[in-house]
Design a protein around this ligand. Structure first.
Ligand code: MSP
Length: 689
C-alpha cells in the first residue's frame, strides 16, 4: 500500500462509567463516515476507537455498583463494542486502556518524557474535579468545577509533574504554522487564548488511588488518567511494542491524520497532547477536530443530567442509516444540535423516504417496465433536450462541491448539496413525464424515454456513490439495484458523469426507505422508556452538583425514585431553560420537598417495580406510586421517614393517582434506588431547602 495514501482517524476513547448513548454514537458515526469515504477513495485507512477505563471516577462507579473496577470496565467496554458492531461501525481496532499492550505503550511514553527531562517530582495541594479528572487551577475548597459544576475535592499529594510551561511558545508557533491543526476556528481561538494566558506545569501522577497504570520505577503512583488515555492514539498502533510488525505499524500510521473529539475535551487534545508528543520527540497529529454537543431537551445529553437517549432506540426501529443521516444532515458540524425522535422521523421521511426513495424506486421501476430491466441507451442526437444537459452539469458540479465540503467536515452542507441534485432530478422527471412519453408510439419517443431514464439513473448513481459513507446500508442496496455489484469495490476518486454501463442489467428493485409514521415515534419512545434503568427512577435536576456525602458522591447525582416513567422532576424542567444546564436558586425553591412518613405500603398488581405508598407529610396523607419495589419490601417501609417532592402535579400510574415523588439515589447502571434519609430525627412535614 502506498504510504502517502494512508489515513489514520480516531474517536476519543469513551469512559466506561456510563453506558453508551447517542452522544457517543455521534462521534463514532462521524468518524465512520469519514473512514468509509477515505477507504472508497483508495486510502489505506486505520480507524481507531476504544474505551478509557482507569481513574478515580471509574473506581468509584464500580464501588457504587458493588463490583471491581476491572469487572465494571469489562462489562461497559463490551457494551460499547456490541453497540458499535450493531451500528455497523468499521473500526479497525478497539483499544482498551486496561490491555497490556496499552499499559506497556503508555509507560514507554512516560519513560521518554522522563528521559528527556520533562518530568519532576513536586507536591500538589489544590482542588480536583473527579468527574472531569482534572486539576482546577485557582479554585479554593468548596468551589465548583468551572466545566461541569460539581464540587471540587481538595487533594494534597506528592506528584510527578510534566513541564508543560516549557511548551507554550512552541505550541503557539505550531498553531500559527498549521492553521488547520485545530478546527473549527472558534476552538482554535479558544485554545490560543488559553495558551497565551500562560501554562502551568501539569501534575501527571496520582498516589491516592490505585486504579491506573503504575508509574515506571515508582509504582506507588499511577499515571494521570489523561496522560494514560491520550497515549492510546499511539499505543494502539504499536508504540512501546517489541514486535517488529507493531513497530512497522507505528511507522506507517503515526501521526494520526485526525483526532475527532467533542468540544469539551479540546484542551486535552490541542494543548496537553501535542506538548507530551513534542517532549517525547514524536510527530504531532495533523488535525484535532471538535464537534458540538448533542442536546436533548435543550441541554447536553449526559448521564448525569439524566437526559440521554440510546442509539438502539433509533436504530432498532428505523435502522442505522436513518440515525447516521439525521446526525450528519441535521447538525451543522462543529455546533451544538438538538436531538428529538420527531426530528429524526421528519428528516427521514422528507429526504430519504420521499426524495431519494422516490427517485430510486420510480427510475428503476420504469427501467424495468419499459426497458426490460436493462439500462437504456441515451440518444445523443434525436432525443436530446437542454434539460438533460442541465442535470449532467449539475451532477458534475455536485461531485466537486460535495467532495470539497465533505473533506472540510461540512457534512450537512455536503449532503444538502447532494440532495439539491436529488430534488432537481425529481423535478426533471415530473417535467419530462417519462410515463406519458412511454405511451406514445414511434422511435423518437422511445429514444426520448431512454434518455430521460438514463439521465435519472445516472444521477441516482452519482448521489448513491457520494452518499455511501453516510448511508452505507441503503447506498449498497441501491448500488446493487442499479446492477453495479459491491459498492465498496468502487473507486470514488474516479466518480464522474457517464459511467453507468449501458445495457447493464438492473438488480431486483425493492423499496429501500419505507415511510415512517406516528407509530415509529411511539415505538422509539417506548423502547427508550423500557431501557431506562428502573421504570420510575429519574436522574435528578440537570447539572445540579451532587451533594457530597453518603449515597451521593461526586459524579453521581442523587436520583429521585418514582413519580412515573416519563415525568421529569419540575426542577429538571425549569433547568432545561438555561443553556448551560444550571438553574437559579429560585428554580430550586419552586420544588417543595418535605419529610414524610410511610403509613402504608403495598405492591401494585401487575407492575414489578411499583409500590403504592400512603405517606404522611404533616398536613395530609398522600398516595404516592414509587418505582422502588425491586429494592424495598413494602412491610419494611412502614414507619420509615422519606423525602417527598410534595408539589408535583398528580399523575396516573397503572390507574393509581400518584401525588408526589419519593427522593432516592440511583446506584449503578441498573439504577438501584436507595431512599434519601436523615441521620438525626426529623419531624414529619419538615421542609427541605
Ligand atoms: N475519556 C475521555 C476521552 C479521552 S480521549 C483520549 C472522555 N470520554 S467521554 O465518554 O466522556 O466522552 C467522549 C466523547 O463522547 C466526547 O468527546 C464526545 O465526542 C462524545 N460525547 C459524549 N456526550 C456527547 C453529547 N451529548 N454530544 C456529543 N458528543 C458527546 O471524555
Amino acid at each position: 500500500m502506498d504510504k502517502g495514501k494512508k489515513f489514520y482517524i480516531t474517536t476519543p476513547i469513551y469512559y466506561v462509567n456510563a453506558r453508551p448513548h447517542i452522544g457517543h454514537a455521534y462521534t463514532t458515526i462521524v468518524c465512520d463516515a469519514v473512514a468509509r469515504r477515505k477507504r472508497l477513495l483508495g486510502y489505506d485507512t486505520f480507524f481507531l476507537t476504544g474505551t478509557d477505563e482507569h481513574g478515580q471516577k471509574i473506581e468509584r462507579s464500580a464501588g457504587a455498583a458493588g463490583t471491581t473496577a476491572q469487572k465494571f470496565a469489562d462489562s461497559v467496554a463490551a457494551e460499547f463494542r456490541a453497540l458499535f458492531e450493531k451500528m455497523g461501525i468499521t473500526y479497525n481496532d478497539f483499544i482498551r486502556t486496561t490491555e497490556p499492550r496499552h499499559k506497556q505503550g503508555a509507560q514507554e511514553l512516560w519513560k521518554r518524557l522522563q528521559e528527556k527531562g520533562f518530568i519532576y517530582k513536586g507536591t500538589y495541594t489544590g482542588q480536583y474535579c473527579v468527574h472531569d479528572e482534572a486539576y482546577i487551577d485557582g479554585a479554593t475548597p468548596g468551589d465548583p468545577c468551572p466545566d461541569c459544576g460539581r464540587i471540587t475535592e481538595t487533594v494534597s499529594e506528592e506528584n510527578y509533574y510534566f513541564k508543560l510551561s516549557a511548551f507554550a511558545d512552541k505550541l503557539l508557533k505550531h498553531y500559527q504554522q498549521n492553521p488547520y491543526f485545530i478546527r473549527p476556528e472558534t476552538r482554535r481561538n479558544e485554545v490560543i487564548a488559553f495558551v497565551k494566558g500562560g501554562l502551568r506545569d501539569l501534575s501527571v501522577s496520582r498516589s491516592t488511588f490505585k486504579w491506573g497504570i503504575p508509574v515506571p520505577g515508582d509504582p506507588k503512583h499511577v499515571m494521570y488518567v489523561w496522560l494514560d488515555a491520550l497515549s492510546n492514539y499511539c499505543t494502539a498502533v504499536g508504540l512501546g511494542s517489541k514486535e517488529k510488525e507493531e513497530q512497522e505499524k507505528f511507522e506507517r500510521y503515526w501521526p494520526a491524520d485526525v483526532h475527532m473529539i467533542g468540544k469539551e475535551i479540546i484542551r486535552f487534545h490541542a494543548v496537553y497532547w501535542p506538548a507530551f508528543l513534542m517532549a517525547a520527540e514524536l510527530p504531532l497529529p495533523k488535525a484535532v477536530i471538535a464537534h458540538g454537543w448533542l442536546l436533548f431537551e435543550e441541554s447536553k445529553m449526559s448521564k448525569s443530567r439524566g437526559n440521554i437517549v440510546r442509539a438502539e432506540s433509533v436504530i432498532d426501529v428505523m435502522g442505522n442509516d436513518a440515525l447516521r443521516y439525521f446526525l450528519l444532515r441535521e447538525i451543522a458540524f462543529g455546533q451544538d444540535g438538538s436531538f428529538s425522535f420527531d426530528a429524526v422521523v421528519q428528516r427521514y421521511n422528507s429526504d430519504l423516504a420521499n426524495d431519494l426513495g422516490n427517485l430510486s424506486s420510480r427510475t428503476l421501476t420504469m427501467i424495468n417496465r419499459y426497458f426490460g430491466g436493462s439500462v437504456p441507451y441515451p440518444s445523443p442526437l434525436v432525443a436530446k433536450r437542454d434539460a438533460d444537459d442541465v442535470i449532467r452539469d449539475q451532477a458534475q458540479n455536485t461531485i466537486a462541491e460535495f467532495n470539497q465540503l465533505f473533506d472540510e467536515y461540512q457534512f450537512n452542507r455536503a449532503l444538502e448539496c447532494a440532495w439539491t441534485l436529488v430534488a432537481s432530478v425529481n423535478k426533471y422527471l415530473v417535467e419530462q413525464e417519462p410515463w406519458i412519453v412511454a405511451e406514445k408510439e414511434g422511435e423518437e419517443n422511445k429514444a426520448r424515454l431512454a434518455t430521460i431514464l438514463y439521465t435519472a439513473a445516472e444521477a441516482l448513481r452519482v448521489v448513491t456513490a457520494l452518499a455511501f459513507p453516510v448511508l452505507p446500508e441503503s447506498a449498497a442496496k441501491i448500488w446493487v439495484q442499479l446492477g453495479l455489484g459491491d459498492i465498496t469495490r468502487f473507486n470514488l476518486a474516479d466518480l464522474k458523469w457517464g459511467q453507468l454501463p449501458l445495457g447493464g442489467k438492473l438488480g431486483k428493485v425493492e423499496p429501500v426507505f419505507p415511510r415512517a409514521d406516528k407509530s415509529t415515534i411511539e415505538r422509539m419512545q417506548q423502547m427508550e422508556q423500557e431501557r431506562k434503568p428502573a421504570a420510575a427512577a429519574q436522574t435528578s435536576t440537570a447539572a445540579a452538583p451532587a451533594p457530597a456525602g453518603e449515597g451521593a458522591r461526586p459524579g453521581q447525582p442523587a436520583t429521585q425514585a418514582a413519580h412515573g416513567p416519563t415525568e421529569a422532576a419540575p426542577a429538571a424542567k425549569a433547568a432545561a431553560t438555561a443553556p448551560d444546564g444550571k438553574i437559579s436558586i429560585d428554580d430550586f425553591l419552586r420544588v417543595e420537598m418535605r419529610v414524610g412518613q410511610v403509613k402504608h405500603a403495598e405492591k401494585v398488581k401487575g407492575a414489578d417495580k411499583l409500590l403504592r405508598l400512603e405517606v404522611d407529610i404533616g398536613s395530609e396523607v398522600r398516595q404516592v406510586v414509587a418505582g422502588i419495589a425491586l429494592a424495598y419490601e413494602p412491610e419494611k417501609l412502614i414507619g420509615r421517614k422519606v423525602v417527598i417532592v410534595a408539589n408535583l402535579a398528580p399523575r396516573k400510574l397503572r390507574g393509581l393517582e400518584s401525588n408526589g415523588m419519593i427522593v432516592a439515589a440511583s446506584i449503578g447502571d441498573e439504577g438501584k434506588p436507595v431512599l434519601a434519609s436523615f441521620l438525626e430525627d426529623v419531624p414529619v412535614g419538615a421542609k427541605l431547602k
